[in-house]
Ligand binder design. Sequence first.
Ligand SMILES: Cc1ncc(COP(=O)(O)O)c(C=O)c1O
Length: 395
Amino acid sequence: MIPSVLPTYNRAPLTFVKGEGAWLTEADGRRFLDLGAGIAVNALGHAHPALVAALTEQAHALWHVSNLYNIPQQQALADKLVEHTFADTVFFTNSGTESCELAVKMARKYFYDKGQAEKVEIITFDGSFHGRSSAGIAAAGSEKMTKGFGPLLPGFVHLTFGDLDGVTNAINENTAAIMIEPVQGEGGIRPVPDAELKALRQICDDNGLLLILDEVQCGVGRTGKLFAHEWAGITPDIMMVAKGIGGGFPLGAVLATEEAASGMTAGTHGSTYGGNPLGCAVGCAVIDQVATPAFLEGVNRKAGLLRQKLEGLIADHPEVFEEVRGSGLMLGLKCKPTNIDVVNAGYDNEVITVPAADNVIRLLPPLTLTEDDIAQAMIRLDKAAAQVENAMASA
Ligand SMILES: Cc1ncc(COP(=O)(O)O)c(C=O)c1O
């Protein structure tokens, strides 16, 4: 009999009942160090006092009103994002997938309104992940996500990650945009080198294309800048955001320049919940914490420390780990044994990591991780690696 919850997930046998900072408590009382943060969602950890206060204060005042009316919290969050980024305007969604939907619509509508309705094609890259909607899976294009769900939304051109010549060759009169994650998350923590992001920006400028950056996983302070593309010194035309911006409350956003957003006039897009008072009150509290030089400096300092210690872990366990890669507190450990075995050994030793493609385990801890937490992370990852080594030796 089918379970009452549609069985689309392979769930670990863990039930968390409470969270505080970087720690989760299991129903049986065990405390787990959370290096996954709900896959880069709990940017400020669990039960951050500023977020709890923002949520409860707003909950006592007003949960929801329709976008038919003014929403001051939405206005405040949009103003903050415009102040801190390249963007001139923001649309709020509930998830990264919905941000992908709007990014695609916005790019196509831009060219349609310019009298270039043939420009609908969006170039994407293998290993990418842009969500599970029809547009999201068509954008990523991998068989794993698309098989059985055809016919797919047309208009995506899939290229090899890192193939800049391929990009130039793929551009034709129908090309509208290039869509890319500055650091691939699900694809196995694969950062796009700064020089390559710069080159993509240049290719877009030279060919009159829009650059769409998917910062759903790598944005909101995760790499040590408010948004990852800042490291490359470029700006996109359109940017997809979600996950960290709500700190655990379902919230996403599409940020855009005035020019790129010019086709999105009244009636062209909408959302019942997107940008509602509760979500935006929390979003404001997140941005107030994260978008400060001191907070981002802290992320970079902790990221440097964690990465250095992970290099030591690899040196101690060369049979388990091949390399560490990534940016800021978005790190991947490439494994030699199956990554799931390493994640499971982590569970046995009360540390949570997240599997990704390319046999990688992801470390996406709360950005509020403390140095004590890092010390605990190393003790637990070391025990997990030793457990995997023992299992390999006795196999
Ligand atoms: C880069 C990226 N884009 C889009 C998405 C989809 O976001 P959501 O699951 O919130 O719909 C994800 C989710 O993992 C992601 O990592």
